[in-house]
Design a binder for this molecule. Structure first.
Ligand code: SF4
Length: 264
């Protein structure tokens, strides 16, 4: 059976990662909370800077429930120096929802405050080991340059490794300004952009975001947040979203009120 060249390229990439991928603390776990913390911290902050924050954060708050039991102010104070403190607030809000209602189904990670399409895919790939490729701006750039026909998928059971490898490749080799095509890039053989000499001209496809304003995802998120903060919310405020939370076991109904799942 003939194997497509792009599939072979991904196999080569995964072998490269097996040999050379750095041992980062969040790569030693599949715990969803730890993966979420790392992903939120890595948004817009370099790896080396994140490591000490990640380690001390998880030492202090090893579970979502631990952070939920602390104040938002503590979270923001611990975040100081990482930048964009809104991320600490979002993480605290997500921890509160998780502590109250448990983790949503993997298809509903975006219901958590501050979790967008990329972070939801990262949870599915790096915590749940589902065969999805989380595409941040770096990974989208690699796909656009190296796999213009689209991501060919990871070898069976290696989705986590392929995702991590693409992160590393986008950061270390396939950079926006100074790509290192001929300086050891493991995807160089057969790279269409490099072969055609158009690397700088290929720009990543902008991810099409599903409309969020007014979406069921947003409405469910509002209710989950209100439940986490107030412990109950009127079903009549959004009966359809309330029904969907009850149907998935994320909340219970008590007469005209919606309450956190499993609460007395
Ligand atoms: S050869 Fe160049 S353009 Fe192709 S994947 Fe490697 S760094 Fe990116």
């Amino acid at each position: 059976m003939t194997v497509a060249p792009d599939v072979l390229a991904v196999r080569r990439l995964v072998r490269w990662f097996d040999r050379e991928g750095p041992d980062l603390p969040w790569r030693r776990t599949r715990d969803r909370w730890a993966v979420l913390v790392s992903e939120v911290m890595l948004q817009a902050t370099p790896v080396a800077r994140v490591i000490p924050y990640y380690e001390s954060w998880l030492t202090r708050w090893p579970r979502a429930a631990d952070l939920a039991a602390s104040s938002v102010g503590d979270a923001v104070a611990a975040w100081q120096g990482l930048g964009y403190p809104r991320r600490a607030r979002n993480l605290h809000a997500a921890a509160t929802v998780i502590a109250q209602s448990g983790w949503p189904d993997a298809s509903r990670y975006q219901d958590l405050p501050g979790v967008g399409a990329y972070t939801a895919d990262a949870l599915r790939c790096f915590a749940d080991e589902q065969p999805v490729l989380p595409e941040d701006v770096n990974v989208r750039r690699v796909v656009a340059r190296r796999f213009p026909a689209g991501w060919p998928g990871a070898p069976r059971g290696r989705g986590w490794h392929a995702g991590q490898a693409m992160m590393d490749l986008g950061r270390e080799f396939c950079r926006a300004r100074a790509p290192r095509c001929d300086d050891g890039c493991p995807l160089r053989p057969g790279c269409p952009a490099a072969d055609a000499g158009v690397v700088h001209e290929v720009t990543p496809v902008t991810r099409r975001q599903a409309r969020y304003e007014g979406s069921m995802r947003q409405r469910r998120g509002f209710l989950l947040k209100a439940l986490a903060e107030d412990g109950r919310v009127r079903v009549s405020s959004d009966p359809e979203a309330a029904d969907s939370l009850v149907a998935e076991g994320l909340a219970d109904r008590r007469g005209s009120l919606l309450v956190p799942a499993g609460s007395a």
